[in-house]
Ligand binder design. Structure first.
Ligand code: SAM
Length: 260
């Protein structure tokens, strides 16, 4: 059975891990030691992995979704399409779509397994304001919403969100995200990033430093980004920093607005 797994500090989602015991397990080296039963968290009542075999379960989404929602309520427009980059399991999408009914959530991920999970969660939710997950690698020169025939829809994109993505991928992902956001968003459009950051080149907590080291061991191109580096790259892409919100577990919500 393939199950969603976590390695790292509390927040940190990783690729799915095999669980030899047959339990849905949050794998951890540090503080995230929870072992969940298959139905320990489910928005839609009892739903076993047998009933919904494509649904991945990332336990951190249950912990961070409420604080993230509170920020999204403040920074997103009441209506419009929100493109999510790196949707992962898709659990965030159904939660935000449920609580932001004026928004149309447009999930995406380069991983087929992730997209299947996103679509399975969306189907189980019964919500009609989640679009089918699109294949998207943020580094692509053309994003699906820009393709021929979709030009008019591209204009509707009000915001782009990337949660726990830019540190668990190469720096090129961040640059691709900014380039795509520049092409897709209108002036005033919102780019929302969530995750751990260094500030002024320094980690904000020992757990983030440990997490950063574990990321770089796993892949030297990954790592906790320096907020000022992201801000500078965003500035070059035409985005101004609007808000930095301190979040639980030493994460930040970082909100940029498109200036032109
Ligand atoms: C740590 S998971 C986060 C998933 C979800 N946003 C969450 O917070 O639970 C990172 C996700 O980013 C995706 N990803 C990695 N590189 C990417 C890229 N270049 N473009 C878009 N998504 C990417 C991965 O496939 C994965 O689903």
């Amino acid at each position: 059975m393939i199950l969603a797994g976590y390695v790292g500090s509390c927040e940190r989602a990783w690729a799915p891990q095999e669980d030899k015991s047959g339990q849905r397990r949050a794998v951890s080296r540090e503080c995230c030691s929870a072992v969940c039963s298959p139905n320990s968290w489910c928005m839609f009542g009892a739903m076993s992995s047998e009933q919904q075999p494509d649904c991945l379960h990332y336990p951190a989404t249950a912990r961070n979704r409420e604080p993230i929602l509170e920020v999204l309520r403040r920074v997103l427009p009441a209506t419009g399409r929100v493109v999510e980059v790196g949707s992962g399991s898709g659990e965030h999408g159904v939660f935000f779509a449920e609580h932001l009914p004026g928004i149309v959530w447009a999930p995406s991920d380069p991983s087929l397994e992730a997209r299947r999970s996103v679509d399975a969660w969306a189907k189980a939710s019964g919500l009609d304001n989640i679009e089918p997950a699109k294949a998207l690698d943020a580094t692509w020169d053309v994003w699906p919403w820009e393709q021929s025939g979709a030009q008019d829809r591209a204009r509707e994109v009000a915001a782009i969100a990337a949660i726990n993505v830019i540190h668990i991928s190469p720096w090129a992902t961040c640059l691709g995200l900014l380039a795509g956001a520049k092409r897709l968003l209108k002036p005033g459009g919102v780019l929302f990033l969530y995750g751990p950051y260094r500030r002024g080149g320094r980690h904000t907590a020992p757990s983030n430093a440990t997490f950063d080291a574990s990321l770089r061991r796993r892949d030297p191109t990954w790592g906790v980004r320096n907020l000022e580096d992201v801000q500078a790259a965003a500035g070059e892409a035409g985005f101004a920093l609007q808000k930095v919100v301190e979040m639980p577990a030493n994460n930040l919500s970082v909100v940029f607005g498109k200036t032109k």
